[in-house]
Design a binder for this molecule. Structure first.
Ligand code: CU
Length: 139
């Protein structure tokens, strides 16, 4: 177990005085699905405090059947969205998911959703876990 703890420690940026995690999320808004809808969107800002780019390739949640990163775009004047395979947060920089741009697409919610747990991975490495209340329409 000790070896595993050490490896985790190295990944989480040295474990020295700098206790800041490599990747943090703030300004998190997870919209509640509209009545009758089985889909909703999430927005947030990711900050990378390391000297290397960090790529999010997978998002999981026990509260949804599937979570994807999407990008909204205009194609021939028609608003569409497509799946993004990888969201890269540049070194010492941040990236925002926001309305009309990149967003989380949250599909097939479980019933009576109040809190949402999300885990962000780079391939198989867990980068960040987030627990946040859902934002009801009108909040
Ligand atoms: Cu979408």
């Amino acid at each position: 177990m000790r070896a595993i703890a050490l490896i985790t420690c190295l990944f989480l940026s040295a474990c020295g005085d700098d206790t800041r995690p490599p990747l943090i999320a703030n300004e998190i808004v997870i919209a509640a699905p509209m009545p009758g809808s089985r889909i909703s969107a999430g927005y947030m800002s990711f900050s990378n405090s390391t000297d290397v780019p960090i790529s999010i390739t997978r998002v999981t949640s026990p509260d949804f059947g599937a979570v994807e990163i999407h990008e909204s775009l205009l194609e021939d004047g028609v608003a569409k969205m497509r799946r993004v395979e990888k969201l890269t947060v540049p070194a010492n920089s941040s990236v925002s998911l926001q309305r009309g741009g990149k967003h989380l697409m949250l599909m097939r919610p479980s019933d009576a959703l109040d809190m949402v747990s999300l885990s962000f991975y780079s391939d198989h490495t867990l980068l960040l876990s987030v627990n946040t209340p859902i934002t009801k329409a009108g909040d």
